[in-house]
Design a protein around this ligand. Structure first.
Ligand code: ADP
Ligand code: ZN
Ligand code: ZN
Length: 803
């Protein structure tokens, strides 16, 4: 094949198509589909992905591609196809679709190196390279191509002489581990010993090697011969030992001992739900199961045993969990069962660590990946199951381009591999549950908790009533009493504070001014530690003012981050209580999250106080009381999913209590106790909630009855924004069926971010086969011209945030 068609890394609509490049002779037979290549574009060089190879092009005078970046394709056929799917269904550029599937190390600024293959001897190399590699374990690519041609290097790399590796500049260096190995055979070794005299230490080392004739790490040599380190070098010089370095993956979990677990005997309910799943694995069916199981019903064990079956068949598994619940506890359950067959991908890893985990998958060294959203793109080639835990979580939807939902990608991949998919949740999304009711998904239900433990008793406290009786504290009498009781009994308490509840803003008590970002239509957040005000949208920072910027009053109040305030208050009323606080401030350092949880698990505190991040996954036997300080703040966000989110969160939080022998209790404090999402969370009644919420969605014409599409235009010039949005809206309104509801143009809920005005148009529809072409046409008209002027137009199909 003489021609490669390439998607280039130039994100504009005109370049969002393959360009043909001639493959120069030296690269003939080398370039493959799915490799990254460097190509000339305009008068610069850019990266690109090879989509296809062919012998003829409709264009003449093709430019030649410059060189490949990879030895083996980074995208296989399935992922290339998936990129197409992403581009079509989310209206993103192809280049962003391919890039989102790769680990960030392959996107960032990197250095390219050559390292020797595992069996390569220095003497085998041409002498130019010998010089470069002398006393070095790796050589910069750009130095190597000075002495040998790139095509020679690539070809030999393919034959195993070298490896080509990428390293992000100053980040993510590969860890090397040093071994010493005997330089000759055992006999030869002994023979040579007769003709030399060795120092005492050296002789001891040699004895050790003769006893265990194999390569050893320095650590293991030193364990047997104290102080060996300094003598190793002379043994290398005398020719007895050879030093070698092996790449060691940076396994973030390597220092930890995993207690190996084996399959538990399944309960009757677990057996009932797993049998159709196993059948689907056996028969290679592409079923989508919705596993609706109350908190603590043992869903994870069902996942583990399904995966076990998949591995036995020589296939692979992807498990998605929300970022926030990728806790060590969760990871341990998978590592404990499958050991080093598991790769873990989450945002807490460094770029280098992510790259290592990704390479384990690519090299087929693992069969299971547990990760957050983007792990759905794990480059497995023989998928046997995909599991999405807490499937209702909105974090499965990416908010930037490509605006994909992991669930849709999972279903597409499941279809390709003909493998089952499990969506699991105690509070399924309305979309998924209604699909299950219609029979699109197969509904599996687990209604009982493990060990016959009851779902916790939930008490709702009306905070208005507390105010009336003169209690101005953030703790109701009921909650306070129960907290005292637990502390006395040495049982543990989880206190949950919804972040939005006590947002940390600055308000003037005289004129009521809430200090706003000068560039955005949002209030600034107060950071107590640095005494600064920050904008979470544009990054604006200023020092906290001493007087009101509006009326100069000195009665300006800073609300510290909610959790800090709660901590202070507990300190006053329950001074004996030991508290662990978990919020962005206390968990930003790497590993902090885990340390705090471990400390709590070991009983080093009575109260775990935190935000959303403690709502999920916690499974500690001693927790018998959960308090929700403010249940209703989330009800008031401008989002049609507000009730659903409230119900989900309250259910999740309540699920932390009484999961084992000790019975649990939950106290929910609220100003709107009568709200159905609060009441039904108290009853643990998902089905009733589902029915009630569905009727509201039907009347309001919201999902799952209608689909949504959101178009957003932003620019510094307000008039321009309104004009363009108006034209787009009008065009769409005229070109869709009259069943579609086209709302707008309207100012976005956050009407300005970073000095850019934002307008939107919301489309509600049931069936519009032409929707995508119509939207494309509507915005294409403006795109090129306006983009040059700095206008941004985004399209979000099935949006989850309307801000
Ligand atoms: P869920 O994910 O549904 O909230 P978990 O999977 O965390 O529930 O299970 C709750 C508890 O029950 C865990 O401690 C788990 O180890 C235990 N468990 C699950 N299945 C079994 C079983 N078949 N036998 C005994 N214990 C089980
Ligand atoms: Zn004021
Ligand atoms: Zn701002």
């Amino acid at each position: 094949m003489k021609i490669a068609s390439v998607i280039v890394d130039v994100p504009t609509t005109q370049t969002d198509r393959p360009f043909d490049y001639a493959i120069p002779d030296v690269w003939q037979g080398f370039i493959q589909r799915g490799m990254r290549v460097i190509v000339p574009f305009g008068n610069r060089q850019v990266q690109g992905f090879v989509l296809d190879l062919k012998n003829h092009s409709e264009f003449s005078n093709l430019k030649e591609l410059i060189e490949p970046m990879d030895l083996v394709p980074v995208l296989n056929d399935e992922l290339l196809h998936l990129g197409d799917f992403l581009a079509k269904t989310t209206l993103c550029m192809k280049i962003s679709a391919y890039q989102v599937m790769l680990p960030p190390a392959l996107k960032a600024k990197y250095d390219k190196y050559l390292i020797l293959g595992n069996d390569t001897e220095l003497q085998q190399l041409p002498f130019e390279l010998q010089l470069l590699f002398d006393k070095k374990e790796r050589v910069l690519w750009k130095d190597a191509v000075e002495v040998m041609s790139a095509s020679y290097l690539y070809r030999e790399a393919r034959n195993g002489m070298f490896e080509v590796i990428y390293e992000v500049k100053n980040k993510g260096n590969k860890k090397k581990i040093t071994y010493y190995r005997p330089a000759f055979s055992e006999q030869e070794f002994k023979k040579r010993l007769e003709s030399v005299t060795l120092g005492n230490k050296q002789a001891q080392i040699i004895q050790f090697f003769l006893a265990y004739f194999q390569p050893h790490t320095v650590a293991s040599i030193e364990e047997n011969v104290t102080g060996a380190r300094n003598s190793l070098k002379s043994l290398v010089e005398k020719g007895f030992l050879q030093k070698e370095e092996h790449e060691q993956y940076r396994d973030p979990y390597q220092d930890r001992q995993f207690v190996r677990t084996t399959a538990l005997a399944l309960t009757e309910e677990q057996q009932q739900v797993i049998s159709p799943i196993l059948k689907s694995i056996e028969e290679v069916n592409n079923d989508v199961f919705l596993l609706h199981g109350v908190t603590g019903s043992g869903k994870t064990e069902v996942y583990l045993q399904s995966i076990d079956e998949v591995i036995k068949k020589g296939k692979e598994a992807i498990v998605l969990v929300p970022e926030i619940s990728l806790t060590p506890q969760m990871v341990n359950r998978f590592k404990g069962r499958f050991g080093n067959k598991v790769a873990v991908l989450h945002s807490g890893l460094s770029i280098g660590e992510k790259y290592d985990e990704w390479r384990k998958i690519q090299r087929k060294e693992v069969q299971v990946v547990v990760g957050a959203r983007s792990a759905i793109f794990a480059p497995f080639e023989n998928l046997g199951i995909i599991i999405i835990d807490e499937e209702h979580e909105t974090s499965y939807k990416q908010e930037d381009s490509p605006r994909y939902h992991a669930r849709d990608v999972a279903i597409e991949r499941g279809n390709y591999h003909q493998c089952p998919i499990i969506l699991g949740s105690a509070t399924p999304s309305l979309e998924s549950f209604s699909r299950a009711k219609k029979g699109v998904y197969t509904l599996l239900t687990m209604a009982k908790r493990m060990n016959q433990s009851a779902l916790p008793k939930v008490e709702i406290v009306d905070m208005r009533e507390e105010l009336r009786t003169g209690n101005r504290s953030m703790f109701s009498q009921a909650l306070l009493e129960k907290m005292r009781d637990r502390i006395e009994k040495k049982e543990q308490i989880v206190l949950f504070l919804n972040k939005r509840g006590y947002s940390s803003f600055v308000m003037c008590r005289d004129c009521g001014l809430v200090v706003q970002c000068p560039h955005c239509e949002v209030s600034l957040t107060y950071h107590k530690v640095s005494n600064q005000l920050k904008c979470h949208y544009c990054g604006y920072e200023s020092y906290a003012p001493k007087t009101c910027p509006e009326c100069q009053s000195e009665h300006i109040r800073f609300f510290g981050t909610g959790t800090q305030k709660v901590e202070e208050e507990i300190g006053k009323i329950l001074p004996e209580a030991r508290i662990i606080r978990m919020d962005v401030d206390t968990t930003s350092r790497k590993g902090a999250h885990e340390k705090l949880l471990t400390a709590f698990q070991e009983g080093k505190a009575d109260i775990l106080l935190g935000t959303q991040m403690i709502a999920k996954g916690l499974d500690f036997p001693n927790i018998t009381l959960v308090g929700v300080l403010t249940a209703d703040t989330m009800l008031h966000i401008p989002d049609f999913r507000a009730s659903e989110k409230t119900f989900q969160l309250l259910t999740q939080v309540s699920g932390r209590a009484g999961r084992h022998q000790l019975p649990g209790e939950v106290v929910i404090q609220t100003y709107t106790p009568e709200h159905y999402s609060v009441q039904l969370a108290k009853e643990h009644d998902f089905i009733q909630f589902y029915q009630q919420e569905m009727s509201i969605r039907r009347v309001g014409q919201y999902p799952p009855y209608y689909y949504l599409a959101l178009i957003n235009v932003s620019h510094e010039n307000l008039q321009l924004v309104v004009k363009v949005m108006d034209k787009i809206t009008t065009f769409i309104r005229h070109n869709l069926s009259n069943q579609a509801r086209v709302l707008g143009p309207a100012a976005s809920p956050i009407a300005r971010i970073n000095n850019r005005y934002r307008y939107q148009c919301l489309i509600k529809y049931k069936k519009e086969p032409n929707l995508i072409p119509v939207i494309q046409k509507a915005i294409a008209h403006f795109h090129e011209e306006q983009l040059k002027k700095g206008m941004t137009i985004t399209v979000d199909l099935n949006p989850f945030t309307m801000m």
